[in-house]
Unconditional design. Sequence first.
Length: 85
Amino acid sequence: MAALVLIVFITNRITESGLDLTNIIVLAILIPIIAILMVSTLIKPGKCLPQLGLVCPVCSMPLVGLASQAIIITGNCGSCGSRVL
Ligand SMILES: [Zn+2]
C-alpha cells in the first residue's frame, strides 16, 4: 500500500514538473551513482587523506578534525609534535 502511494506521488510529481522519459532515466541512473559515491566517501574518509596530503609526514596521523586545531595554533602535528606547517 505504501509503495503504491509512493508511486502515485512520484508519478504525479513527474507529470506536474514536465519531465520526459529521458530525464527520468538519466535521473534514475545518476542519483544512485551519486548516492553510492557519497556513502563510500563517508564510510572510508581516511582513505583519500594521504592523496590529499592531509596526514603527518612523520607519524601518518590524519591532520583533520580536532588535530587541525592544534596544527592551526602551533603549526605542529598534534600527535608527534613535528612541524607540519
Ligand atoms: Zn605527526
